[in-house]
Design a protein around this ligand. Sequence first.
Ligand SMILES: [Zn+2]
Length: 112
Amino acid sequence: MPIKPKTHRPPYKAPPRQSARERGYTTEWDKASRRFRRDNPFCAQCLKDGRLTASQVVDHIKPHKGDERLFWLEANWAALCKPCHDRKTSAEDGGFGNRAHQNASKAGCEGK
Ligand SMILES: [Zn+2]
């Protein structure tokens, strides 16, 4: 009796809720982001703190929330390193599905 060969499947990967592309991060953005980081090779936040860290991402200083004008407004961009960017976005989004900090006082259930 023939033995069925083992099938090799790639490990299951859950689909992202919304892809970066769907949030407006297109090839155009990739290009603009790369160019901006070439012009701003150091993390703006680290520079403020007196450190020289290579920039890795382009952050929207004011969250664009789908606003195309704000998204492409270069004056609203900041080159950041990954740790600084993650810190900033988690403070804005509240991180891990929590409410944003700016709304905490209004939320009523998480204030002190
Ligand atoms: Zn930094």
